[in-house]
Write a protein that binds this ligand. Structure first.
Ligand SMILES: C=C(OP(=O)(O)O)C(=O)O
Ligand SMILES: [Mg+2]
Length: 542
């Protein structure tokens, strides 16, 4: 029986329910006061906590494979390291500080020593911090930070998740995602859709909502408390829409139906769903955890693994889109007050040309290895000069076609000049919405402004569609707007020549386009453009 309800923005469809697991943000630095009454008893808390953490990490290592298993084995060994425990114990008794603080300080000494050693050792500092936080959480009796190991299928509730956390989620264990922050185009939302679990973001009060089991409706955006003894409900997989696999309207106007991918698993799912190619390969998703720039050979192999299912088919590879919501360890900019407006996307490459050139070399190699028909595009381009600069580098690398994303309003307004400089463009509606509405795509409080049905956003896309038609070059849409079947028809009516989306939406979008004529798409587009609000645009298009 439902007892109470919260609402937010549904960003990944489906309904599921089950027990709740809350994701702890981070462990705050423990205070050094008040000192323990009995320092010897306090010191005895540390060894059993470290032992439990080591055992848990070992069990996780046993269940994992490949790199993940190796990393977990190393971290388990750190947790089991007797010198960390004895140093912390001595700090408690000598300085009369709480056990949690002593673990924090002892781990700090270890981390410093590793950092001083440099190279591979320095890369382990992050692992020491992870072990430290896990032991402190155990000592304090609170949940460890990050996504916990799930023993049964559960609904995850978090403030927000880092892209790397979401990428590592096991869809067999995570029934649904609920976050307090995030909007329809945040990476939590995109990744939830790509693994096919219901998600609701921008749910105020989700973390403090008292419920041991939740029902999540990713279609309408509600979260309600349910009877914890009720059976777990897994999201129903939407019935596969009937689609003949050709991206075109019912009267034969071609609108290619492509997929967004970030890994070999995504690429396989996209090919299985019948995608005609890839409209956006987010290469940065391969390196969310990397501290160092991967070698050309390593990049070549990683990209070829993603391209492999698309031999002979079109694939648009995007150069690294680092910064703001997708920080990459090896491309961190100086601290910036407004990272979304700072050095991100192609702007990183202006100062780090070598990184771009090495990536292009790897992409050219992966193209040869895979036989895919590869084009390359840049993210976050604002002007025609930037587009021309990028196209020159792509062509110098021997890659057939160069394009840019239109995700900054200036690039949409200058679409004609941008198109003059490149072979194609692709509209990134997620960022284009964020920059048009001055509404952070990661922030729950402004999520409704990032609704892709906002008429102002549609008008900008219409300008790009018209410029592309006039010059006779392709203009795709690869933002999340493309995954809404009704909106995909509007995009076709606005002159867009391809739509690219998560694998789960490919058939529904293909079928939606096939069931209408181009003239009907154009009428829907006109109606949506003339609407005063996003809600009215949706209704008018229908
Ligand atoms: C497709 C886009 O790129 P990303 O979501 O990776 O920023 C976009 O901004 O719409
Ligand atoms: Mg973008």
């Amino acid at each position: 029986m439902a007892e109470a309800q919260l609402s937010g923005v549904g960003v990944s469809p489906g309904r599921a329910s089950g027990p709740v697991v809350r994701v702890t943000d981070s462990i705050a630095e423990p205070a050094s006061t008040p000192g323990p009454e009995d320092p010897y008893a306090e010191a005895e808390l540390i060894a059993p906590a470290a032992k439990k953490v080591a055992a848990r990490l070992e069990a996780m290592a046993d269940a994992a494979s490949g790199d993940a298993a190796a990393i977990l084995t190393t971290t388990a060994a750190m947790a089991a390291d007797p010198s960390l425990v004895s140093q912390a114990e001595q700090l408690v008794t000598a300085q009369r500080i709480p056990a949690a603080r002593a673990v924090y300080e002892a781990a700090g000494h270890f981390a410093q020593a590793l950092a001083n050693a440099g190279g591979y050792m320095a890369e382990r500092v992050r692992d020491v911090h992870d072990v430290r936080d896990r032991i402190i959480a155990e000592v304090l009796g609170v949940a460890p930070p990050g996504v916990p190991e799930l023993s049964t299928p559960s609904v995850l509730v978090a403030r927000d998740l880092a892209p790397a956390d979401t990428a590592g989620l096991d869809p067999a264990k995570v029934l649904a995602l609920v976050t307090e922050e995030g909007g329809p185009t945040s990476h939590t939302a995109i990744l939830a859709r790509s693994i096919g679990i219901p998600a609701v973001v921008a749910v105020r009060g989700a973390l403090s909502f008292e419920a041991t089991a939740l029902a999540v409706d990713g279609d309408v955006g509600t979260v309600e408390s349910v009877d914890p003894s009720a059976p777990v409900v897994t999201a129903d997989v939407a019935g596969a829409a009937e689609w003949n696999g050709r991206g075109e309207t019912g009267d034969g106007h071609v609108v290619k139906v492509l997929a967004n991918v970030g890994s070999p698993v995504d690429a396989r799912a996209a090919a299985d769903a019948g995608a005609e190619g890839v409209g956006l390969f987010r290469t940065e998703f391969c390196y969310l955890d990397a501290d160092d720039e991967p070698s050309v050979d390593a990049q070549r192999a990683a990209y070829a693994a993603v391209l492999e299912p698309f031999r002979g088919k079109p694939v648009i590879v995007r150069s690294l889109d680092a910064g703001a919501d997708k920080p990459l360890g090896f491309l961190s900019p100086e601290a910036e007050p407004n990272p979304a407006l700072g050095v991100r996307g192609v702007r990183v490459a202006f100062d780090r040309v070598g990184v771009l050139d090495r990536q292009l070399e790897a992409i050219a190699g992966a193209t040869a290895d895979s036989g895919a028909d590869v084009s390359v595009m840049a993210p976050m381009v604002a002007t025609a000069e930037e587009a021309a600069w990028f196209a020159d580098r792509v062509r110098a690398a021997g890659i057939a076609r160069a394009g840019v994303m239109i995700e900054v309003p200036a690039a949409a307004l200058g679409a004609r000049e941008v198109l003059d400089a490149v072979d194609f463009v692709s509209v990134g509606t997620n960022d284009l919405a964020q920059y048009t509405f001055a509404a952070d795509r990661q922030l729950g409080a402004v999520a409704t402004l990032n609704d892709p049905w906002q008429p102002a956003l549609l008008r900008l896309i219409g300008m790009v569609g018209e410029a592309a038609k006039a010059i006779g070059k392709p203009a795709g849409v690869c933002g999340e707007a493309a995954s809404d079947p009704m909106l995909a028809r509007v995009l076709a009516g606005l002159g867009v020549t391809s739509v690219s989306m998560n694998a789960g939406s490919v058939r529904a979008v293909g079928a939606a386009l096939a069931s209408v004529t181009l003239a009907e798409c154009e009428r829907a587009a006109e109606a949506a453009l003339a609407a005063p609000t996003a809600v009215a645009a949706r209704a008018a298009a229908k």
